[in-house]
Design a protein around this ligand. Structure first.
Ligand code: SER
Length: 585
């Protein structure tokens, strides 16, 4: 049975049982800053679970687009997904355990035709907060599940809450027995050997857990259920993994055809991250350095690395996007309207990352060879940090590459260095308040890199006598004071602007090296306020254009900066001119 048929059957079944179909909420929550993505069907219903009246009544059903990112690193195995669709039905103070269980049983056995003997279920065993769930147990027996396929577990397995605080309660989970042999005498549905696959979770929400961990009874008893569509499609189609269903197989097949290095984990990572990225962009998400935008960026970067790893030309990405959209557009017809937008966002982000990836991988290889030659197998924190700081190569990618090369990473060491660095840059930014970079927002960092470009462009256009006399950056603009005896002409201003914009268009990579002050000078780096430097300095290099001693931080590529425009050129003091300039989107 195809995924779309399963979804349709589900919604029709619950509609027939008095439920109103409500639309899926967006993947990116509109009014909930506490979560990055929608992770469960109940999320949009929290106020109603707590007692508010829902305009559509007290029996609801839907399909909900979900992203769960705690297992990103696990994607590549035979089951983990970051994006999935959750089919759900809710009782808001209406029916409870017995009716909910009967409906679930009927749907599974009569609508999906799953043989009853393939089903096992679990119930809450009870503890100080809530008694053993005998009603659920009796309801399953009444529906037709025999004693030996009903299991009891504690909170870890049979209690559901989204996060730390909120509506919650005991749940009952349904499992499909794949028919594989038991892994041990004690093998049961809580075991993840693969014999039992969880298919549906019915939560009986009648408690509220507050931030002190105290449970109180809600005004009403609710039912909140969730059934994973991809997993159900996999089981009903007799497939071993979701990647073998119609939702992924066209992309998987294409990757197999294109790859020169065979690697099934990479194929799965690409197919999975591609679909998730498509769905996030479809709901308005865009790559950035914060929050959900950063998760999207991570997904695209990881996907890009694995396309590269399979030896596939990255220019094939638009074709892969088309195939992925075509495989799921029956489920999400709005993808058709957004197809071009999705492609543009993905391709642009892939392009931005490609250079970083190449440099980072090259550098990683050097590190790895060095280690192997010296008989070591642990990458220290400083190296991970350097790969990130200097090459923009994200730590999670270093970890992944290390893993592939049978190397370990000392993340404790890295975390320590990272914290130290954060502390230093915080102090640094406070110290620099008057002279330079007051804060380290993304925009300020962009202005910082633009300042280096401007400095060099001024030297080229006006002459080598130009030297920085002061710099001040806000979120809105940069201000740069420099030595020059007279007012700049209109032509000179335009030339400087053009030169800076040209470097932005070239999307130059910004790299950083640590060296002695002497070496820095010898390398031709522009030095400012020389008496302020310690013995060792950082030198930031922007492609082949600029080299400057500086504490950072900077963007990784100039392409991000947008359009550079000089708004004002005026006198600052005798022999010193002042430029105010902005970056336009
Ligand atoms: N909220 C529960 C879950 O996410 C049931 O929908 O599993």
């Amino acid at each position: 049975m195809k995924a779309i048929e399963i979804r349709n059957k589900y919604l029709r079944f619950f509609e027939k049982h008095g439920h109103k179909i409500i639309p899926s909420a967006s993947l990116i929550p509109e009014n909930d800053p506490s979560v990055l993505f929608n992770t469960a069907g109940m999320q949009q219903l929290v106020p109603y679970l707590l007692g508010e009246k829902h305009p559509q009544g007290n029996r609801l059903t839907d399909f909900q687009k979900c992203i769960r990112t705690n297992d990103i690193e696990e994607v590549g195995d035979n089951r983990h997904l970051t994006y999935f669709e959750m089919l759900g039905n809710w009782s808001l103070g209406d029916y409870f355990k017995e009716e909910s269980i009967q409906m679930s049983y009927d749907f599974l056995t009569k609508e999906l035709n799953i043989p009853a003997e393939k089903l096992s279920v679990t119930c809450f065993a009870g503890d100080d907060d809530c008694a053993r769930d005998n009603v659920t147990y009796e309801s399953w027996k009444k529906a037709g599940i025999p004693d030996d396929r009903i299991y009891f577990f504690g909170k870890k397995e049979n209690w559901w809450i989204a996060g730390e605080e909120g509506p919650c309660g005991p749940d009952t989970e349904m499992f499909y027995d794949t028919g594989k042999p038991k892994c041990s005498e004690n093998c049961n549905p809580a075991c993840d050997c693969g014999k039992y696959v969880e298919i549906w979770n019915n939560v009986f929400m009648e408690f509220y857990k507050d931030k002190d961990g105290k449970y109180t009874k809600l005004k009403q008893h609710n039912v909140d259920t969730g059934l994973g569509l991809e997993r159900m499609a996999m089981l009903l189609q007799g497939k071993e993994t979701p990647f073998d269903t119609e939702l992924f197989s066209p992309v998987m097949d294409k990757l197999k055809e294109l790859e020169s290095e065979e690697n099934i984990a990479s194929r799965r990572i690409i197919a999975e991250h591609l679909r998730s990225s498509i769905m996030i962009i479809n709901d308005g998400g865009r790559p950035s350095n914060v929050d959900s935008g950063y998760i999207l960026r991570r997904l695209i970067r990881r996907m890009t690395r694995h396309i590269n790893k399979l030896g596939i030309d990255l220019n094939k990405l638009p074709e892969l996007i088309d195939i992925s959209i075509d495989s799921i557009k029956e489920l999400y017809p709005e993808l058709e309207n957004n197809r071009e937008k999705i492609k543009n966002v993905l391709v642009e982000e892939k392009n931005k990352f490609t250079k970083t990836l190449k440099n980072g991988e090259k550098e990683f290889e050097k590190v790895s060879n060095r280690l192997k030659n010296s008989g070591k197998d642990i990458i220290d924190g400083k190296t991970v940090f350097n790969l990130y700081e200097t090459y923009g190569f994200p730590p999670e990618m270093t970890i992944e590459l290390a893993d592939e090369n049978n190397l370990k990473v000392d993340m404790e060491d890295y975390d320590k260095l990272y914290k130290e660095h954060q502390e230093k840059s915080r102090m640094g930014s406070e110290a620099k308040f008057k002279g330079g970079l007051a804060d380290q927002s993304e925009k300020s960092i962009m202005y910082h890199t633009a300042t280096h470009l401007l400095h060099k462009a001024l030297k080229i256009v006006l002459g080598d006598h130009v030297n920085q006399k002061g710099s001040n950056i806000t979120e809105e603009r940069l201000r740069f004071d420099f030595s020059h005896p007279q007012k700049m002409t209109k032509e000179e201003i335009e030339k400087v602007e053009d030169l800076v914009n040209e470097q932005i268009k070239r999307d130059l990579v910004v790299t950083c090296e640590e060296m002695s002050l002497e070496d820095a000078k010898a390398s031709g780096a522009i030095g400012l306020f020389e008496n302020k430097y310690g013995e060792r300095v950082k030198v930031y290099t922007i492609g082949d254009f600029s080299k400057e001693i500086c504490g950072g931080p900077h963007v990784t590529n100039t392409g991000k900066l947008g359009h550079f425009k000089i708004k004002k050129e005026e006198a600052s003091s005798a022999g010193v001119r002042r430029i105010k300039a902005i970056l336009e989107d």
